[in-house]
Design a protein around this ligand. Structure first.
Ligand code: ASP
Length: 328
């Protein structure tokens, strides 16, 4: 819980932030970021899409004085374990061969990170990614190697393909047409950034990837700097949407670097989307970014309308509809 000393500090902090123009939450593009003075941080949880329950779960950890890393892992495990979320973990849509293959990554305040990709049969890939970070000298484990490692770490193999996702896949097989659907029907990957009461940041991203992808395909979500990036001096960013476009521009790293150079989270997300929109065939795809800086300013932007992100900075969870490059 926030103790009295911290509360007084926070109140004084809020006035100071307001005085220097960092106090507002939603950031208009015209606002300019002032470098966050050391210690002036705001506990926050931000996640892609309407992942309110995940946010609330992460927020509880932070509210109780927990570490940002524990919060972000606990948060994203919610959609991973939810069979109705067909883009993440258990219940995720399969690839063209009918296999559910999972990608996830995690990063902490020290810049340490872990990732798994093309992992099958494990419900919580984010926890395996954390083990890669904490128990190995490596960053990424893939496929059979990642599974072998997970089993050694005590994870159990389970069937990830649910009846619902199997039935949809069988219907898809009739025409086998690969057409990514622009919004939530096909992209509800969760990317989450957490900032704890000590002012430390962590991030996570987890997905079953694009539905009906080529067997073996890995997207942006498990790639540090593409699907997610955090920097304890600056803030963090996460991506959702067509991973190939995010990979080609290393989008989350770009957003964080732009914030470091003085852009607000909103401006940085807009620039990262503009890079894709300028250089690629973007009209039929969706990519969305959301970001938060250490002072708690936040923003989000996408190519197509329809992207939203969810934020906790107090006890309530607020959903924001992001602006988009292509207007409604
Ligand atoms: N970015 C994910 C991927 O390309 C998919 C998504 O966000 O929907 O695997």
């Amino acid at each position: 819980m926030l103790n009295r000393r911290k509360f007084i500090h926070r109140s004084a902090l809020s006035s100071l932030l307001a005085a220097i123009g960092l106090g507002s939450t939603a950031c208009a593009s015209e606002e300019k970021t002032i470098e966050t003075p050391k210690g002036l941080t705001k506990p926050s949880v931000i996640a892609t899409w309407n992942n309110k329950e995940a946010n609330q779960t992460a927020w509880e950890v932070i509210k109780n004085g927990g570490r940002a890393l524990d919060a972000v892992e606990a948060g994203v495990k919610i959609p991973e374990g939810d069979e109705n979320d067909q883009s993440v973990g258990y219940g995720g849509r399969p690839d063209r061969d009918g296999k559910v293959t999972l990608d996830a990554c995690i990063m902490d305040e020290n810049g340490d990170c872990g990732s798994v990709c093309f992992l099958q049969g494990i419900k919580h890939p984010i926890s395996v990614a954390r083990k890669v970070m904490e128990e190995t000298p490596h960053v990424i484990l893939a496929g059979a190697g990642a599974l072998k490692f997970a089993l050694e770490q005590g994870f159990k193999v389970e069937e990830m393909l649910t009846e619902k996702s199997k039935k949809e896949y069988e219907e898809w097989l009739v025409n086998s047409e690969y057409k990514p659907i622009i919004n939530i029907e096909n992209h509800d990957t969760i990317g989450m950034i957490t900032i704890d009461q000590a002012g430390d940041i962590s991030g996570a991203c987890t997905t079953s990837g694009m539905a009906y992808k080529v067997h073996g395909r890995v997207g942006d979500s498990p790639i540090i700097g593409a699907g997610m990036f955090v920097d304890n001096e600056v803030g963090g960013a996460v991506a959702t949407g067509v991973g190939e476009a995010v990979l080609k521009t290393l989008g989350s790293f770009l957003v964080v670097e732009l914030m470091r150079q003085g852009r607000t989270p909103q401006e940085a997300c807009e620039e990262a989307v503009n890079r894709i929109a300028k250089n690629q065939h973007y009209k039929d795809i969706q990519v969305g970014y959301c970001a938060v800086n250490k002072a708690g300013m936040h923003g989000g932007y996408s190519i197509q309308p329809g992207f939203s992100y969810v934020l906790n900075q107090q006890d309530e969870t607020e959903l924001f509809d992001a602006k988009s490059f292509i207007k409604k």
